[in-house]
Design a protein around this ligand. Structure first.
Ligand SMILES: CC(C)(COP(=O)(O)OP(=O)(O)OC[C@H]1O[C@@H](n2cnc3c(N)ncnc32)[C@H](O)[C@@H]1OP(=O)(O)O)[C@@H](O)C(=O)NCCC(=O)NCCS
Length: 180
């Protein structure tokens, strides 16, 4: 049964395979997990080195800490990997607070499921598992956004109680209660 884990070197091989899958599927570079804050871009070749991957995993864990250096306008975020044994199936991040930019697009929570295991309920289960964690961070309700054409993500949000507020520049904006 899959569950969340913090980024850790034990998932190196599976993480790198999932990145390759996302690239092969033509997904946006920002969705691959190789890019931190949309600025720090890593490569599969670099992260094939165990020491480099360990440092990368540590960097991802540290993003949740207030004292971690981050670009201006970026907020602390909790990075979670959805794993089954040593297999990484998906990733989810919880932004601890909203900025003006996140309020328009992005919201509190973002996620991606690797292409080979889509349509198996992982995104729905990930979001359900993330809501109590968001609640623990002090988020209630959580803002989630998705492209108006992103039927899968919309279903994930609505099946977790999301209530549509509006659409801004092609992005649907939902509020999801984090308490049951
Ligand atoms: C969107 C995404 C996270 C869905 O992940 P998933 O694990 O396949 O989703 P689930 O299996 O939990 O599916 C949830 C529901 O959406 C439906 N669904 C999933 N993908 C779909 C698609 N491409 N088209 C139509 N419906 C879809 C499922 O059938 C399911 O429907 P149900 O409510 O009737 O059961 C995944 O496609 C993905 O990673 N996409 C790229 C990143 C992305 O768009 N992230 C969201 C940013 S807002």
């Amino acid at each position: 049964m899959p569950s969340f884990a913090s980024p850790h070197p034990r998932y190196q091989q599976s993480f790198l395979c999932s990145v390759q899958e996302l690239l092969d599927a033509g997904e946006d570079q920002k969705l691959t997990g190789l890019t931190v804050f949309g600025e720090e871009t890593h490569t599969i070749e670099e992260l094939a080195d165990p020491a480099a991957f360990a440092a990368f995993a540590q960097r991802l864990r540290d993003l949740a800490l207030i004292g971690t250096p981050r670009p201006e306008g970026k907020v602390p975020e909790t990075m979670l990997w959805w794993v089954d044994g040593s297999d990484l199936l998906g990733r989810l991040s919880i932004r601890h607070e909203l900025t003006d930019a996140l309020r328009e697009c992005g919201g509190h929570i973002g996620y991606v499921v690797r292409p080979s295991v889509r349509r198996q309920g992982h995104a729905k289960a990930m979001l359900a598992a993330a809501l109590p964690i968001a609640r623990g961070i002090g988020i209630d309700p959580a803002l989630l956004t998705c492209g108006a054409e992103n039927t899968g993500s919309r279903r994930v949000i609505e099946s977790n109680g999301g209530v549509l507020e509006d659409q801004r520049e092609g992005e649907l904006r939902f509020w999801v209660p984090t308490t049951v």
